[in-house]
Write a protein that binds this ligand. Structure first.
Ligand code: ADE
Ligand code: ZN
Length: 355
């Protein structure tokens, strides 16, 4: 059981009965800050889009594809993830993928989401950058009026490719600058340290883009230091390996550097042997500004609320941790200060109702 205290800025956090915790986790408004849109493609949608685009898949059926979702590490997942994304060709395909996720987000009371996309996965197959961004952006624009979900996009560079290719991708995306809020760094981590992308991140910073990077998912604490000090990111995606370096944990806590933690992903990719071994509770206890996210929900067996409910059950976390995590998700977002105040007021109202 974590000893995470009620946050000082919510001193009278009302006690919540343990049996009401799952309902509270469901009802509380939250932000999702680490979700790869290509990782939200459910097998049914992969087959549907493949059929209408005449794309052949190396799997006979939805069940056959689902059976392949037995991963041993990040790379074993990425191979299947890139194969799934190969069905996406048209603007409507990108719209449909994003819309399916946004409906799932709404069902989990995710009221704000900052969505990763991997343009190089698509441009390498001849899909124009504009097709990718138009479809995703149109879905994000529809999400607020139609679903009450605020949504924005973060363009990720693939770190197994070169910095030169990242620069080329940035160049192709420049005409659409107003349609994404920042850049990230994802794909195979070990052997591809953040400092390989120092110049392209510096350029993105000059352009006014927000900066995040995957670091310390499988890679060592040194990659987290490098993401902070060389890339100068504003959030660390995953960051769970930080616990191997006490000085780094102190730094993260002192600077209120957000970690976008993805518990079910970490379990499925064998970062921790079991969910009960996950260090989310220990990160919160150490004062680290952690958040909960789904990463690639179609592949890892759960969207946001399943990440919350399964992790809380496995770690014995309670309502104070729920409040802290939801509040962190808003504070760590790239939304306006005004939007954050409104969302936190909604969070407080939900907790008051559950007291
Ligand atoms: N791309 C999609 N999911 C990822 C993950 N968990 N780590 C790195 N790159 C990714
Ligand atoms: Zn990720």
């Amino acid at each position: 059981m974590t000893s995470t205290p009620a946050p000082a800025d919510f001193p009278r956090l009302p006690p919540v009965a343990a049996d009401r915790l799952p309902a509270l986790l469901q009802a509380m408004p939250k932000a999702e800050l680490h979700m790869h849109i290509e990782g939200s493609l459910e097998p049914e949608l992969i087959f549907q889009i493949a059929r209408r685009n005449g794309v052949a898949l190396p799997y006979a059926s939805v069940e056959d594809l689902r059976r392949a979702y037995a991963f041993t590490n990040l790379q074993s997942f990425l191979d299947i993830y890139y194969a799934g994304a190969s069905v996406l060709l048209k603007e409507q395909d990108f719209y449909d993928m994003a819309w399916a996720y946004l409906e799932r987000a709404q069902a989990d009371n995710v009221i704000h989401t900052e969505i990763f996309f991997d343009p190089q996965t698509h441009t390498a197959r001849g899909v124009p950058m504009q097709t990718v961004i138009d479809g995703l952006h149109r879905a994000c624009q529809d999400a607020l009026p139609k679903l009450g979900v605020s949504a924005s996009l973060i363009l990720c560079f693939l770190r197994h490719l070169s910095e030169e290719e990242a620069f080329q991708t940035l160049e192709e995306a420049l005409p659409f600058m107003g349609r994404f809020i920042g850049v990230g760094l994802d794909s195979s981590e070990v052997g591809h340290p953040p400092e390989n992308f120092a110049r392209v991140f510096a350029r993105c910073r000059e352009l006014g883009l927000r900066l995040v990077a995957h670091a310390g998912e499988e890679g060592p604490p040194a990659y987290i230091w490098s993401a902070l000090d060389v890339l100068r990111v504003e959030r660390i995606d995953h960051g769970v390996q930080s616990m191997r370096d006490p000085e780094l944990v102190k730094r993260l806590a002192r600077d209120r550097m957000p970690l976008t933690v993805c518990p079910l992903s970490n379990q499925k990719l064998c970062v921790f042997p079991n969910l009960a071994d996950h260090n989310l509770g220990r990160l919160l206890d150490a004062g680290v500004m952690a958040t909960v996210n789904s990463d690639d929900p179609a592949y890892f067996g759960g969207y946001m609320n399943q990440n919350f409910t399964e992790t809380f059950a496995a770690l014995g976390l309670g309502a104070p941790a729920a409040y802290r995590l939801a509040r962190n998700s808003f504070e760590a977002s790239f939304a306006s200060a005004e939007a954050k105040v409104g969302w936190i007021a909604r969070l407080d109202d939900t907790f008051a109702r559950f007291a």
